[in-house]
Design a protein around this ligand. Sequence first.
Ligand code: ZN
Length: 210
Amino acid sequence: MIHEILPVGPLHCNCSVIGDEATHEALVIDPGDDIEDVLGLIQKHNLKVKQIVITHAHIDHVGGAMKLRAATGAPILLNQNDYALLKMLDVQAAWIGVKNPGKVDIDQSIGQADTVQAGSLKADVIHTPGHTEGSVCMFFPAERMLIAGDTLFAGSIGRTDLPGGSSEKIIDSLQQKVLALPDDTLVVPGHGPLTTIGEERESNPFLVKR
Ligand SMILES: [Zn+2]
């Protein structure tokens, strides 16, 4: 597997470029910004982007999606429960003081039990509402890897004080779905360093059961 993790934009959203070494088909997850750099990685590995997957409709994760679609022709996938948030990109841009990227068109909704795929690489979509209503994580069972968006971070969890957030729902998503994954699963959070499910199960103050 080819996997490049590029922190993009002022909030350093972890954008993942994931490619199949045999077919060179690829997924790009959360192209929030810095699309020139993302395209550089795609070129470096000679990849053909098949799907652009968005973990949730916050501007730092979705802001560059249209530019990437224009450059690659790949469809943009987002859970439909975040379509309302996606209509507020102008408001979100004002929150963090960045330029409004303009309207983002979603080609397809993805939800629980769907799969995303590039060549032989396959990920199960897990719907994990809480940070936003339409937040999803992508689990690659063969590679034992989770792309967690802003649901789970090393030592922390996503904030729930923004529109569509729910602290009850994020804890429920984490306890019922995310912590159901094997301990040796590598977690790529939406921001910050990598971790594992086992590490978070043991030491994340939001998840440890006392
Ligand atoms: Zn977010």
